[in-house]
Write a protein that binds this ligand. Structure first.
Ligand SMILES: [Zn+2]
Length: 337
């Protein structure tokens, strides 16, 4: 079912080999014919490689340089490619993210602990931090290090809604899911709005609005714990009412976002738009999101995680082996449908 061949026009899967043809830089390729509508199409149709003439190995080298922190302009300069070319490659590559996300949420999961955190970079001109579009929400599964959401924008309600709506798909597929965050209360309150249900309380005449069954939110409040005066918050908190049947088995020591904070350091190293003390910040929000989508693909599906020594998508159990760059280039847009 992964990456099945089908006609780009009528979606029929009854296609057969029509002939082979050769390309300038990438060897022989296959041309298929649809037995239903007689349309012919190349094996690269609907993939990243459609319309690409440069050699695959060259493109892989360029992407590797970019995802190890080389800036956009520096990459064009070093490899002698036009800015437009690199821009098109990155745009096409980042578009694969959506299919991979859809593929990931086709699976069911028993239990997940998701860490949530935000990081920040400058976008475009200098504006006050609260108006800046360079905030990035990261929602990462703790054990596998699989990143579910990596979304940038202004740090407002809508950014949280956007990231948590992605998480909602995961929640619907997971029996038992806990979201742990540091300090930021909007994760819990917004998740409560989009993932709640009504249940009976001990008093059968009263109904309670709670997080849906199996869903927990935990908050670690930073700051001085000894100041426990009026209004001061406890260090560990379950800010939203939870379903009475949700299993409560998370010790306080597990309530932290340490792994996602370590990841943020890696994003700063590897994504040039997040490096301070230089002037290679992102130009605008769309450009920043594009680099984040590429990071999402590379982190989740290609690279072995430094600590777990596994590709996160493999650790999460959704693929058997990590992908190579080339395999990602050959994925068809409709492969997960
Ligand atoms: Zn057809």
């Amino acid at each position: 079912m992964f990456n099945k061949l089908c006609c780009p026009d009528c979606k029929s899967e009854k296609c057969s080999l029509f002939k082979n043809y050769s390309t300038m830089n990438n060897g022989a390729r296959e041309l298929y014919i649809c037995n239903n509508c007689m349309q012919t199409f190349s094996e690269t149709k609907g993939t990243f490689l459609e319309g690409i003439r440069k050699s695959i190995s060259f493109i892989v080298t360029v992407f590797k340089a970019r995802s190890n922190g080389l800036g956009f302009n520096a990459t064009c300069e070093c490899f002698g490619i036009a800015k437009n070319t690199l821009y098109n490659w990155e745009r096409k590559f980042s578009n694969i993210k959506q299919s991979l996300f859809l593929y990931a949420i086709l699976h069911n999961f028993l239990s997940q602990i998701i860490e949530g955190d935000e990081l920040y970079t400058k976008v475009g001109k200098n504006v006050p931090v609260e108006d800046c579009q360079g905030w990035t929400i990261v929602l990462m599964e703790r054990a596998s290090r699989f990143i579910w959401a990596l979304e940038c924008g202004k740090k407002d309600k809508y950014l949280f809604i956007h990231a948590l709506k992605l998480l909602k798909y995961v929640i619907e597929r997971t029996k038992d899911l806990t979201l742990v965050t540091d300090g930021e209360r909007r994760y819990g309150s917004i998740l409560f709005e989009i993932c709640c249900e009504v249940t009976k309380s001990k008093n059968p005449k009263r109904l309670l609005k709670v997080l849906r069954q199996g869903l927990k939110v935990r908050l670690k409040n930073k700051g001085d714990r000894s100041r426990k005066k009026n209004g001061a918050r406890p260090k560990y908190e379950a800010p939203q009412p939870e379903h009475p049947n949700t299993i409560q088995n998370l010790p306080d020591s597990e309530i932290h976002a340490n792994h996602v904070e370590a990841l943020n350091a890696s994003i700063r190293r590897k994504n040039s738009a997040f490096r301070r003390k230089t002037n290679t910040y992102a130009k605008n929000q769309t450009a920043l999101q594009r680099t984040l989508d590429i990071y999402w693909i590379v982190h989740n599906f290609i690279q072995e995680h430094f600590t777990t020594q596994q590709v996160p998508a493999v650790a999460l159990g959704i693929i058997k082996e990590g992908f190579s760059w080339e395999q990602i280039f050959k994925l068809r847009k409709n492969f997960a449908m």
